[in-house]
Ligand binder design. Structure first.
Ligand SMILES: Nc1nc2c(ncn2[C@@H]2O[C@H](COP(=O)(O)OP(=O)(O)OP(=O)(O)O)[C@@H](O)[C@H]2O)c(=O)[nH]1
Length: 544
């Protein structure tokens, strides 16, 4: 083989090695794109978890999703992630501010309550303790505010009753008081055996308190306490004990809130932290990737210059010996450069691999955190639309459902019936057999409603002993037949309290939604029909 063809063969060999280097590089780039697909999928999950939290955050996440789809530039991605990270941090701060504001409002109500004339000394001390405790917790109260206001209003009511009841007229009760067993506030003054004589709380107040407890969504930890409190409301309970119990329930709520809020806080800060590390990883990958590109370009240029020099050397060589020396020298240089190049590339590949692995582990961790939080949000949302006692949809769920159906109805009319169902003489059940018997009755009625009506009818507990049902695509005659069937079924249920067979009946008002109806007018018509059913002797279904 001539020396020229040896040189040509070497050049060919060098060119093919250069090609493999280029292929290896493009494989690395493919790996980059695979990672950005992973990042995209995470970002869409993050978007779902944060949806509705903040419009700006929603927009930024949407922008990042587009950037990930349209660009492989890590500089763009890094910029977007930075912005989202900042927004999340701001959001967390805003949450804190809001909760402090709401907290102040609660504090004011508490302080106002303390100023009420006749507020017992012991209760004043307890309330102060509660306010201080709540202040420490800075809980996010949004979800509980309406309930808490209800409790405060109730508390005020008890105090007024106590002031209104002249000592000599009011019924008295001597301790022991059953309820004090579940009191968390340990009041020495109200000991179980002390012979203190106190004014007893009116039955209506106990009933109302028990009804509020029914609507309370409380954590598993405090469920047993609430049940205990409820069962202690049956006997004679003093105003003082009722107030203490009320404060204790308030206390449970504050504790639950604190937990709820710290969960949300932990999630937001972990999310923010993990996002920051993803951001750092992306930035590091970006830096090393651009450093690699510069380094690679330099070596590639060096290589192709040297290969060109070999070609020129072959052409320009004066003699074969001269050419041999020159080519040999250059080939050695090229071999050395190639060796450096593959060493460098291997190092770069390993470093990049490590960074990408690290990044995907963080992304995976973030995904897990989002999933847990998403589930939690769903659970809380489901609870806020469910009646705690009967497990039926509650009034808030009805409001949302009916408003939506009405929009659909006005878009394209169909048979839509609204029904108000009310238990007859329910107060008598509570008064004669106790609140627990009343609660059990409500649960049995709820089960019967669900069984008789089936899943096509929307059933909600509107409040107290009132249920609202929505029928879709069923005409007036069918609705009336179904409701009469329900009425008869309930009347035939074998309720037995304290060994006595008791018959429970329903009165029902129903109407079909009309073309010009709004939520209020349709509901009013059904409610007027219900009033008519009561007026006509109860245990009736009236169409309005
Ligand atoms: N046990 C129990 N009673 C409740 C609940 N919510 C409301 N109530 C009671 O339901 C009763 C409703 O009484 P009223 O509004 O006078 O009605 P009623 O006795 O059914 O009389 P009519 O409607 O005229 O037939 C009150 O005693 C309330 O305390 C609850 O969650 N559980």
């Amino acid at each position: 083989m001539s020396e020229t063809s040896v040189a040509e063969k070497t050049i060919k060999d060098l060119k093919s090695r250069l090609n493999s280097a280029i292929i290896a590089r493009s494989e690395l780039e493919n790996e980059f794109s695979a990672q950005s697909v992973l990042l995209t999928s995470f970002i869409s999950k993050l978007s779902q978890a944060c949806k509705g939290t903040d419009i700006l955050l929603d927009n930024k996440l949407a922008k990042l999703r587009t950037t990930l789809k349209t660009s492989i530039s890590f500089t763009d991605i890094e910029k977007d992630i930075k912005a989202i990270s900042t927004l999340l941090r701001q959001h967390s701060l805003k949450n804190d501010k809001n909760s402090i504001k709401i907290h102040k409002q609660l504090n004011n109500s508490g302080t106002g309550l303390q100023k009420v004339k006749g507020f017992p000394k012991e209760s004043r001390r307890q309330l102060q303790g509660l306010i201080n405790k709540a202040e420490e917790s800075h809980s996010s109260l949004v979800q509980y505010i309406p309930l808490m206001s209800e409790f405060i209003a109730f508390y005020e009511n008890v105090i007024h009753t106590q002031i209104r009841q002249p000592a000599e007229q009011s019924p008295k009760v001597s301790q022991p008081v059953a309820i004090s067993k579940c009191n968390k506030v340990d009041s020495n003054e109200v000991s179980e055996t002390s012979p203190v004589t106190e004014q007893i709380a009116p039955k209506e107040l106990l009933g109302r308190f028990s009804s509020i407890l029914n609507t309370l969504v409380i954590s598993k930890k405090h469920k047993a306490d609430i049940t205990k409190i409820k069962s202690s409301l049956h006997g004679q309970v003093s105003n003082q004990i009722l107030m203490t119990t009320c404060l204790n329930v308030f206390d449970f709520m504050i504790e639950d809130l604190e937990q709820e809020r710290s969960r949300a806080k932990v999630f937001l800060s972990t999310l923010s932290e993990t996002l920051t590390s993803v951001q750092v990883s992306v930035a590091a990958t970006l830096t090393s990737s651009s450093e690699c590109s510069i380094e690679n370009a330099k070596i590639n240029k060096e290589l192709s210059d040297k290969i060109n020099e070999v070609s020129i050397g072959i052409i320009d060589a004066g003699s074969l010996t001269e050419m041999k020396v020159d080519v040999n020298d250059k080939i050695q240089q090229i071999a050395k450069t190639l060796e450096n190049k593959s060493k460098l590339e291997e190092e770069q590949r390993l470093a990049l691999h490590e960074k990408l692995n690290n990044m995907s582990a963080q992304v995976e961790q973030l995904e897990q955190q989002s999933k847990v939080f998403e589930k939690r949000i769903q659970e809380v949302q489901a609870k806020s639309f469910q009646d705690a006692l009967t497990k039926l949809a509650n009034r808030a769920a009805f409001d949302e459902y009916f408003a939506k159906e009405l929009v659909r109805f006005h878009h394209k009319q169909f048979d839509l019936a609204i029904t108000v169902v009310d238990l007859d003489d329910f107060k008598r059940i509570n008064d004669t057999y106790g609140h627990t018997a009343g609660d059990k009755t409500l649960q049995v009625i709820a089960e019967t409603l669900t069984k008789v009506m089936g899943k096509d009818v929307f059933i909600s507990r509107y409040g107290g002993e009132e249920f609202v049902l929505i029928f879709k695509g069923v005409d007036k005659i069918t609705v009336m037949n179904k409701l009469n069937m329900l009425r008869k079924k309930v009347a035939s249920l074998p309720f037995t309290f304290k060994g006595t067979r008791v018959s429970i009946t329903l009165s029902v008002g129903v109407t079909l939604v009309q073309r010009d109806d709004i939520v209020h007018s349709a509901f009013e018509r059904a409610d007027t029909a219900l009033y008519q059913a009561k007026h006509d002797g109860k245990n009736k279904v009236v169409y309005g």
